[in-house]
Design a protein around this ligand. Sequence first.
Ligand SMILES: [Zn+2]
Length: 333
Amino acid sequence: MVYELSGEYLSYNECSHELTLMKKQNSWLREVDSQALIQSLRNLETAYKRFFKRISDFPRFKSKYNPVQSYKTLNINNSVRIENAFLRLPKVGRVRFRTKQRICGTITSVTIRRKASGKYYASILCKQVPQVIFKINDLVCGIDMGISNFITINTGEIIRFPQQNHINKLNNKIKRQKRRLSRKKPHSNNYNKLKKKLANTYEKIHNIIKYHFYKIAQRLVEKYQVICLETLNIKGMIKNKHLSRAIQEKAWHMFQKILEQKATEHGRQVIYIDMWYASSKTCNKCGYKKEDLKLKDRNWACSQCHITHHRDINAAKNIQKEGKKILLLQKNE
Ligand SMILES: [Zn+2]
């Protein structure tokens, strides 16, 4: 192949020139959003660059059989805008859409994505002047993330995993749908229909969790200036009755990412504590370490200062302490 000998590839400019010629010959290329085509060429160029830098494999053609499809368009002179319950897109026109989030600022670009369930999602990128900046305060909180209690704050506040019942029901539904799917002939009409439904249930769970995580993260950054967490530490192997470990781990990752994003948006700080720090075993009053603390012990008494600890609250208090130490070091640097 040419690229192997010369290391050359079609650049964006060459492709763009080619596209103009092709548009003159093929009227169907003019039927679609011109920005969508341009963005595809840009993606292609990035893919080539990544290939030559040995970051990725050689770009492959997109398959129309892939259930997930997407395109990106830019907002040029208000070509993309929101009109009540509709999203206006170039060439497509008005599309009914639903969101729980308010869209602030000016829209830069929109990526339309069809997911495996056959539903369409719009990711809207906005440029925004920072609006609500919460008052700077000196509140530092420590958070223990666990399985039985999703989030425990050093103040003693406990936040459970959101919508557990609802998610249980959906999980059971997934099990049923999987069973039914296994009895269908692969790639038959019924099989495909059911597969779409299954993907839809997965997406539902994802959306519920994400929505509630945003709410929890928002509440935390509203209140605290600095939020201290442990680096992801899958504590013990206690299994949650309702959530598989894989989902739980994914959920933790998702929450931390959302929290970090919210924190940057609002000028807050997230501090991570070393995962090997024994936050559960250490008494937050006197520092005694209870080495024989078991996973099932939800409460324990310190044999040195005789205080009874709630396992997760004690851990959260220790995480807060460690976080403050790190903060002090950062300030002295
Ligand atoms: Zn103690």
